[in-house]
Ligand binder design. Structure first.
Ligand SMILES: Cc1ncc(C[n+]2csc(CCOP(=O)(O)OP(=O)(O)O)c2C)c(N)n1
Length: 561
């Protein structure tokens, strides 16, 4: 039977198992919206297209499925760019459908025309302009395949209005032929054997894991290997949750705001086993000093990320899970007593952990932001999905909440997008309606996508926003404090809205906490509520995040509290 492009698209989404689409309508996609009520998937109407992409992204990060959004042409499409770039930098699988003016008008500066394929070329894994309805089903099939395989990422499909309206016979292809796209999943056995040899010589090994461990579902293998070999583990911000944050081998996050122990371990290790991480500059600091005493092994699905930032001794292009499994079986033949072999190193590392734990000055004055995060951990016992905004709030959420399972921290690591956390929390809440989802926010960031409170209220989502309200664009103020002579230019937010009144205006709940003694009871009450809520916590205004490695310095040159 012949179907319109609109129906074909929705049929394809059903075949891909899509149950939720985040979007915002407009003229170019109205034919698709006209058909949505006839299909079983749920469409979530957001209030801004950036919110749609971040929500799809949060849904994807929390669930491991592909996140999907649908927006109109022109401004609808351009509003998605920040969300797409955010997902691209963090390798999150998304498929973004954008409306486009009819094919006959493309290039004519037509009403609401934007060259979204050109605009998003550098921040998508791939993108398509569908010019013929007969190509539509195959393009959708390829888009999902590309988004979720290999190194995952966002794929955009641009849909001209006449293509959506045209008809053709619908058949969903059951196989895909893409000549130039063949991700390699299997590790090279010889390379794994080399890692085995390096391990047998090394005395001071460290595992450095990234978001790739989470996207390849390799946490169990990582944890098993680390425990088997008695090797301490650090992760990037994106890797938090890939290894249990309460394990004795856990060093904490490394990098600019990493722990003393993690950064010292990197500086002093003789073997660095990197799994699914990309040696980002926020992690390495001064590159020539990064793990400068170590042989480096780099396991990554993406061959272009290997040797990009650091020279490595053993490159392994493969799926992280398969590589870790392979390594375990290579080591299976070893008779080494790994516990004994690494005991001295463990003692040294444990010494750093004990002498410089993550801490902050506790006093009777204003509430410390770190204490708020600690209290959230205590109340939830870690049983929550945490999203963050960007800035100090993000770093404290990384430092003072223990992530014991993968997919429990949703944060914009690569692009560092303020305004990410709240819509991402909404997406995660759609993926897991019964779980507690909390956005840890700054008073600056939350104002970047606060309009999505209308989405949360209209879908009766119990999402919580905890604002660490310091009256500043805190992280920028921290840099001004430490490196720009306290010239607090344009970082003071002295006329913030009344966040409690704002929550109430949207139909949500609002709480304000100004005194330490109210912190626990009010947080408990707010978190137990079934409504969306803002909890505005007035915190110490000029608190800084420590440790801090100044930009471009060696990891071992940390500023401490
Ligand atoms: C969209 C965007 N604009 C600007 C920045 C630069 N930036 C990084 S952190 C930060 C301050 C964030 O302030 P706030 O949300 O209040 O959080 P805090 O650092 O106080 O916790 C800014 C402006 C950014 N990361 N993203």
């Amino acid at each position: 039977m012949e179907l319109t492009g609109a129906k074909i698209l929705l049929e394809c989404l059903g075949r891909e198992g899509v149950d939720t689409v985040f979007g915002f309508p407009g003229g170019a996609v109205i034919d698709i919206y006209d058909q949505i009520p006839n299909y079983p998937m749920q469409h979530v109407l957001v209030r801004h297209e950036q919110g749609a992409v971040h929500a799809a992204d949060g849904y994807a990060r929390a669930s491991g499925k592909v996140g999907v959004c649908l927006v109109t042409s022109g401004p609808g499409a351009t509003n998605t760019v920040t969300g797409i770039a955010t997902a691209y930098m963090d390798s999150i699988p998304l498929v973004i459908f954008t409306g486009q003016v009819p094919t006959s008008l493309i290039g004519n500066d037509a009403f609401q025309e934007a060259d979204i394929v050109g605009i998003t070329r550098p921040c998508t894994k791939h993108n398509y302009l569908v010019k013929d309805v007969r190509d539509l089903a195959m393009v959708v099939k390829q888009a999902f395949y590309l988004a979720r395989t290999g190194r995952p990422g966002p794929v955009l499909v641009d849909l001209p209005k006449d293509v959506v309206q045209a008809k053709t016979e619908f058949e969903y292809p059951d196989s895909i032929k893409m000549r130039s796209y063949n991700p390699n999943y299997q590790p090279n056995h010889k390379q794994l054997q080399k890692v085995g040899e390096l391990l047998s010589f090394s005395r001071r090994p460290v595992i450095y894991a990234g978001g790739g461990v989470i996207s390849s579902e390799a946490s169990e293998e990582l944890t098993g290997l680390a425990r088997h070999l008695n090797i301490p583990v650090t992760t990037t911000l994106m890797g938090l949750g890939a290894f249990p944050g309460d394990d004795p081998l856990w060093l904490g996050m490394l990098g600019m705001h990493g722990t003393y122990a993690a950064n010292m371990a990197i500086g002093n290790c003789d073997l660095l086993l990197s799994v699914g991480a990309r040696f980002d500059d926020r992690v390495t600091g001064k590159i020539s000093s990064f793990a400068s005493k170590a042989k480096i092994v780099h396991i990554d699905i993406d061959p272009t990320s290997i040797q990009k930032n650091v020279v490595v001794d053993v490159p392994i292009v493969s799926d992280c899970r398969l590589a870790l499994k392979g390594l375990r079986s290579v080591l299976g033949r070893e008779t080494t007593d790994w516990q004994a072999k690494h005991a001295d190193w463990r003692r040294e590392v444990d010494g750093w952990m004990a002498s410089h734990p993550l801490t902050y000055e506790k006093c009777d004055g204003p509430i410390k932001p770190q204490a708020v995060v600690e209290m959230l951990y205590e109340i939830t016992k870690g049983e929550a999905i945490i999203s963050t905004e960007v800035g100090q709030n993000q770093m404290w959420a990384a430092q003072f909440f223990k992530y014991t399972k993968p997919r429990t921290l949703l944060t914009s690591g690569g692009l560092g997008t303020m305004g990410y956390g709240f819509p991402a929390a909404i997406g995660a809440q759609f993926a897991f309606p019964d779980r507690l989802v909390i956005d840890i926010a700054g008073d600056g960031s939350i104002q970047m996508n606060i309009q999505e409170m209308a989405t949360a209220v209209s879908y009766e989502l119990p999402v919580k926003i905890v604002i660490l309200n310091n009256g500043y664009l805190g992280m920028v103020r921290q840099w001004q404090d430490l490196f720009y002579d306290k010239n607090y230019c344009s970082t003071c937010l002295h006329r913030n809205p009344d966040f409690v009144a704002l929550a109430l205006a949207y139909g949500a709940e609002g709480y304000r906490i100004t005194r330490q003694e109210d912190l626990e009871p009010v947080l408990r009450k707010a978190l137990a509520s079934k409504s969306p809520a803002i909890i505005d916590v007035q915190v110490a205004q000029e608190e800084n995040v420590y440790p801090m490695v100044p930009a471009g310095a060696a990891l071992t040159d940390m500023l401490l509290v």
